[in-house]
Each structure stands twice: as C-alpha cells, then as structure tokens.
Design a protein around this ligand. Sequence first.
Ligand code: SF4
Ligand code: SF4
Length: 80
Amino acid sequence: MSDEENRINAENRAKCICRPCPTYNECMRADDERLFCVTGKSPACTFDKKGCLCPSCPVRSILNLSKAYYCIRGSEQEQK
Ligand code: SF4
Ligand code: SF4
C-alpha cells in the first residue's frame, strides 16, 4: 500500500462510525477494529447482526459505497 493510500485509510478510519454500532462487540473493540469496508471482515470475531450504521457513515459517501455489514460480509470489493 502506498503512503498516500495509508494516509487516506487513516483519515477514513478516524471517520468510521463502527464503534457505537450495536453489532460492534468487545472482541472487535479489543483490537480496535474499524474500516471493514476497506480492510475486509473481522478476522477472528463472531457476532450477531444487531443493525449496521454503515448507511449513515461519512466514509460511505466519500468512497461511494453501497453495501453494509462489512464486518461480517467483507469489504465493498469482496461483496461485488
Ligand atoms: S462504511 Fe461502515 S465499515 Fe466503512 S468506515 Fe463507515 S462505519 Fe466503518
Ligand atoms: S460494519 Fe456495519 S455492522 Fe459492522 S460494526 Fe461497522 S457499522 Fe456495525
């Protein structure tokens, strides 16, 4: 990944609203997992779907995303 991509990912990661999501759990919190829409689903955590805040996330419009539940289903690219 280029420096520019790393910079953009860091910016979007800061804007990610996964942490207050009802589906976000202690397992994901332990590793501060975020930005699943770019990095893919949570590698080790399992959880129940309790709603997804992605449709109201600012990163969604920045990256022109259309899916949801990235933490479970994988990145936008993986869901295409
Ligand atoms: S779209 Fe979802 S996974 Fe992607 S940054 Fe926003 S809240 Fe996080
Ligand atoms: S990807 Fe969606 S469902 Fe998963 S934690 Fe983020 S906002 Fe919640």
